[in-house]
Design a protein around this ligand. Structure first.
Ligand code: ZN
Length: 299
């Protein structure tokens, strides 16, 4: 597998908070961005396998849409324990968006990796979800991967945010009532692109949609009382002159009420409330980049 490495520009958290505060204001009525201690992610509502998203942050983009379209490339299966070693962080805690391992599941699915990869000291923990269309009624089925399978794989393409999973300082973003056309993640990414220009910045983490509804590939449905959890991975600009063929933003989400998928935007701008925790990434790794590319299916 090919693997290219790039060092991101890494602004201080205080600076980044200021930049995001200003940028998000153009798109949301009520914005509060600050530097805080990462909430304990092992607790409700997150219940992740680690306490935080801090330490040796990295973004990895693995594979790409050309392995999915026009035809599924059956060979493209990736073990996230191996990916963690590839990005020089064995034992990494990995969040993000990808395609589920079709060879195990028997069908294609949206994959939400939440994985503590294997290390010398700890066995791996797979808290990932996958979502697919229920053949019975055309609705959405969200399942916890580890309830049926014991591998740590995904397939075809993945956008990943990796860290040591430590507690520490993070950027907290509260954004309420969307007044502009951009979705939450696109607004953050464009803000970074505008401010940092040819010094690419990468960012990842997790957010909760506390109120409102979401549009995804698989479903649009209202669950006003429940949270949606998003796992965004974003890069302000492709740093390579030849092009890493990056997907500059990719967000999958899940919920504890049985629905999840690929996040496009919220459909309730007047009531939507986002609460997120993010960190800039130190490095970008481009793994198994497709040799031949196209621009289909990147939204
Ligand atoms: Zn997706």
């Amino acid at each position: 597998m090919t693997c290219a490495e790039f060092s991101f520009h890494v602004p201080s958290l205080e600076e980044l908070a200021g930049v995001m505060q200003k940028g998000l204001k153009d798109n949301f009525a009520d914005v509060q961005v600050s530097v805080v201690d990462c909430p304990d992610l092992t607790e409700e509502p997150f219940t992740f396998p680690v306490k935080g998203i801090c330490g040796k942050t990295r973004i990895a983009e693995v594979g790409g849409v050309p392995y999915l379209l026009p035809l599924v490339n059956q060979k493209k299966v990736y073990d996230l324990n191996k990916i963690a070693k590839e990005i020089k962080l064995p034992g990494a805690f990995i969040l993000g968006a990808g395609a589920g391992p079709f060879q195990t599941l028997g069908f294609n699915s949206e994959f939400m990796p939440v994985i503590q990869t294997e290390s010398e000291h700890k066995p791996p923990v797979n808290g990932s979800y996958f979502a697919h269309v229920n053949p019975a009624d055309g609705g959405c089925l969200l399942e916890k991967y580890s309830e049926k399978h014991h591998d740590f794989e995904c397939a075809l393409l993945a956008n990943l945010f990796a860290s040591e999973g430590q507690p520490g300082k993070v950027i907290e973003v509260k954004a309420k009532r969307r007044t502009g056309p951009l979705n939450f993640v696109t607004c953050m990414r464009q803000t970074l692109e505008k401010h940092y220009g040819n010094k690419p910045v990468g960012m990842g983490g997790t957010f909760i949609i506390q109120k409102g509804k979401v549009k995804s590939h698989i479903m649009v449905r209202a669950h006003v009382c429940s949270f949606w959890f998003g796992l965004p991975v974003l890069v302000s600009r492709d740093p390579s002159i030849c092009g890493f063929d990056l997907r500059l933003e990719h967000t999958h989400f899940f919920s504890h009420h049985g629905e999840g998928g690929h996040y496009h935007y919220d459909t309730t701008p007047d009531t939507v409330e986002y609460l997120g925790y993010f960190l800039p990434a130190e490095f970008l790794y481009r793994i198994d980049q497709p040799k031949e590319s196209h621009s289909i299916g990147r939204d």
